[in-house]
Design a protein around this ligand. Structure first.
Ligand code: DC
Length: 220
């Protein structure tokens, strides 16, 4: 079984996908973590993010692994734990360089499908239902207003000890929406057969219940 969850930054995708994976005992695939890992490793090793052939070559030699233990995700690149580093706002701002490149996405899609071959999956990202797993058993598109999403990010960062002004976060979210939705290859959009869930006024538990109900109904 494959459950595809797409949506913009801060729509609650990651939390919901993780909870679903736990409930249904499926593997959780955080596709954004793959794009982040590539971006971070390029930055760290001095690979010019604008030099596409160099980035692709670097990616081909890069072993990115996502591991889960005790409800926590670890991201490893060539065996090195980069779980915290990939969430740095500096990385977040630069991911679009690699995410907009067809040659990079081609490699990433192959990597993501390989996860799908290993077993059942909750796959989360921007193009899970449209490009990577068009035949997914269930597709959801989570959405929420930009203000709500900025507030969620603000809270998340604060919990990690980072204080970023709310207004700046809202601007960054809107900018990221634009780059994700307007890029030529695999833009963020709802798959025609995806169920839209507006999470603006919902708690995490409510979203999980809503999505679970859909899945249970669909499985009967
Ligand atoms: O979900 P996230 O914030 O961790 O994603 C980080 C970036 O990666 C986001 O700006 C868009 C990109 N991304 C993508 O292009 N395709 C995906 N399937 C997942 C993420």
């Amino acid at each position: 079984m494959i459950i595809a969850i797409d949506g913009p930054a801060g729509s609650g995708k990651s939390t919901i996908a993780r909870r679903l994976a736990e409930r249904l005992r499926l593997t959780y695939l955080d596709s954004g973590a793959l794009y982040r890992a590539l971006t971070y490793m390029c930055m760290r090793d001095g690979v010019d993010l604008g030099d596409v052939p160099a980035v692709v070559k670097f990616l081909e030699a890069l072993d990115i692994d996502l591991q889960y233990a005790a409800g926590r995700q670890r991201v490893l690149a060539n065996g090195r734990d980069i779980t915290a580093e990939i969430r740095d706002p500096a990385v977040t701002r630069q991911v679009y360089y690699v995410a907009k490149e067809p040659a990079v996405r081609k490699e990433m899609v192959a990597h993501q499908r390989a996860f799908g071959k290993r077993g059942d999956l909750v796959a989360e990202g921007r193009d899970m239902g449209t490009v990577v797993f068009p035949n997914a058993d269930f597709k959801f598109y989570l959405d929420a207003g930009a203000d709500v999403r900025a507030q969620r990010r603000h809270r998340e960062l604060r919990e990690k000890g980072m204080e970023v002004p709310l207004e700046q976060l809202r601007k960054e979210i809107e900018q990221r929406d634009r780059t994700d939705m307007e890029r030529k290859v695999a833009p963020l959009k709802r798959a025609e057969d995806a169920t839209v869930v507006d999470t603006s006024d919902m708690t995490i538990d409510e979203v999980v219940e809503h999505v679970m109900e859909r899945i249970e109904k669909g499985r009967k």
